[in-house]
Design a protein around this ligand. Structure first.
Ligand SMILES: *[C@@H]1O[C@H](CO)[C@@H](O)[C@H](O)[C@H]1NC(C)=O
Ligand SMILES: *[C@@H]1O[C@H](CO)[C@@H](O)[C@H](O)[C@H]1NC(C)=O
Ligand SMILES: *[C@@H]1O[C@H](CO)[C@@H](O)[C@H](O)[C@H]1NC(C)=O
Ligand SMILES: *[C@@H]1O[C@H](CO)[C@@H](O)[C@H](O)[C@H]1NC(C)=O
Ligand SMILES: *[C@@H]1O[C@H](CO)[C@@H](O)[C@H](O)[C@H]1NC(C)=O
Length: 467
């Protein structure tokens, strides 16, 4: 049976909590607006941070409107209009406990940093006065642990005018990240930060198509904004978004990783300094830095934070066959029979959206696919598995039960005018709001119900929109 805590015990607990809070919050900085006149010393071409990305500007606009430096480069990739060294915020160091921090006198940006573990450093730049969108994430919670700061594998240095931060490896004093190469930009829909890197061995980011695993650091800008597009050369917005990169420092394997927790449309620029610039269109700048003795260790640290991938079923790693329009049930049967007859290893067969009635989820086109369910039983008796395509865009037809049931539970994404509608595969659609737990309930029910009709083994969740 629980006993009541004594006053002394309560005080002790409160005291411990305060100590922990002070330990976690290393420092808070209030960053003030930029200074007025650009200082344009000789900045090597490889270190120029583009002041007008994607634009063609005149010298006058560059110098007088953007307050940046102007000097044509030796080739077309090198920015002509680039940030001066003194562009950015200045920082005032404030203790968390300082009461003036919560006054209204200082408008601007807030820098928060945490020593999270011996190998993980977190820093965040937010609007000091207003709430901004932050990515909700089930794995990344408020950090409550205390860390033994006597044994960090890194240390940091903050410069105040203009604001910049350096992160160094303790063991060899190597500077891993240095933001002083570029400015900090923090506008409503334009946030930017650059890092000078210790080596050009940069991996990750994406998803993109490029011919080599290691990134080419010769002035490459990659967008990160997901869309339904097949991975072909020159197609840079693909299905996945990975705002993480890994930098291999030297031949010993020492590496570190950087992760930006931000889900807005963004781009990254890689340049020969070597340096990387993140530019995002919203949210906040929320960076995690992971140090490791090997690249594997860095990836482990990263996954420790964001969550590990699920362990897929063994069969899902097997040989799979998928396309749109096999030509109804007979075409599908022929393909399966032909492959089986030829002795081709073959574990999984798919059906794309043409198995559906009017391209609506949880339906079967009974005319084109009569007896589909029996055919799937036959696949199973041959040791094979079957996967169906499903789209998140749900037809808003008032006779369509998944829509009717979802509407009762109000699981669709809303705007000021009610449920948001758009054109999807089945025509007008609504969009399930998967961040709503009731929606997950509805989605699961629909699958269980449909599974009684068709014994699929997996689902391939495609995109909302038709093209
Ligand atoms: C932090 O504390 C909250 C409340 O006590 C708890 O729910 C949460 O799991 C903790 N998070 C971590 C990362 O330990
Ligand atoms: C401190 O870090 C070093 C190197 O990472 C490690 O060998 C040592 O065990 C750590 N000491 C403590 C007290 O954690
Ligand atoms: C990197 O990109 C540049 C510019 O597009 C190109 O000239 C160069 O060959 C590329 N380097 C490698 C190693 O692919
Ligand atoms: C479906 O959405 C379209 C477009 O917003 C709308 O015109 C139509 O009335 C909707 N259908 C139903 C049944 O709500
Ligand atoms: C949707 O609602 C109908 C009518 O209430 C019900 O028969 C059906 O089972 C429901 N479907 C699901 C997937 O819950």
């Amino acid at each position: 049976m629980a006993r009541k805590l004594t006053v002394l015990e309560v005080l002790l607990i409160v005291f411990i909590i305060i100590i922990l809070a002070l330990d976690i919050l290393l420092l808070l900085l209030v960053l003030e607006n930029p200074s007025d006149r650009p200082v344009c010393p000789e900045i090597p071409e490889s270190e120029r941070i583009d002041c007008a990305p994607g634009q063609v500007v005149t010298e006058a606009v560059c110098r007088w409107q953007h307050k940046c430096c102007w000097k044509p480069g030796s080739d077309a990739d090198v920015p002509t209009c680039f940030f001066p060294r003194n562009w950015g915020f200045t920082a005032q160091l404030k203790r968390l406990s300082s009461p003036s921090l919560f006054g209204y006198d200082i408008v601007d940006t807030l820098f928060t940093a945490e020593y999270q573990t011996a190998n993980r450093f977190h820093f965040k730049i937010t609007d000091f006065n207003n709430m901004r969108y932050e990515v909700p994430h089930e794995n990344i919670q408020l950090f409550n642990e205390t860390v033994d700061t006597s044994n960090l594998s890194y240390h940091i240095e903050v410069t105040h005018i203009p604001f910049s931060i350096k992160i160094m490896r303790t063991s060899n004093k190597r500077v891993l990240l240095d933001t002083s190469i570029g400015p900090l930009l923090f506008a409503q829909q334009y946030l930017q930060l650059s890092f000078r890197l210790p080596s050009a061995n940069v991996y990750g980011l994406g998803e993109h198509v490029h011919q080599q695993y290691r990134h080419n650091m010769t002035w490459k800008t990659w967008p990160i904004f997901t869309r339904d597009a097949t991975p072909t050369e020159g197609m840079n917005n693909l299905y996945g978004a990975h705002t993480f990169f890994l930098c291999l420092e030297d031949t010993s394997g020492s590496s570190f990783g950087v992760f930006l927790l931000n889900s807005n449309a963004m781009e990254v620029t890689l340049q020969p300094a070597p340096a990387i610039t993140y530019r995002t269109t919203g949210g906040i700048l929320d960076f995690y830095v992971f140090l490791g003795n090997t690249p594997e260790q860095v990836v482990q640290e990263y996954l420790e934070l964001v969550g590990r991938p699920f362990l897929p079923s063994y069969w899902s790693l097997g040989f799979q066959l998928s396309r749109r329009n096999y030509g109804g049930i007979n075409g599908l049967k022929e393909v399966v029979a032909r492959n089986r007859a030829a002795g081709i290893p073959y574990d999984v067969q798919y059906s794309d959206i043409d198995y559906m009635d009017g391209k609506k989820d949880f339906t079967i086109d009974e005319e084109a696919f009569p007896g589909l369910s029996n055919f799937i039983k036959d696949l199973h008796s041959n040791g094979m598995k079957y996967v169906i395509a499903v789209n998140p865009g749900i037809s808003n037809n008032s006779d369509y039960l998944p829509y009717v049931n979802g509407t009762k539970k109000r699981v669709w994404i809303l705007d000021d005018n009610g449920f948001v509608t758009g054109q999807g595969y089945p025509g007008w659609t609504v969009f399930p709001d998967y961040s709503n737990p009731i929606c997950t309930e509805w989605w699961t029910e629909e699958f269980s119900e449909f599974h009684k009709t068709l014994e699929f083994d997996g689902v391939w969740i495609v995109s909302c929109y038709s093209r």
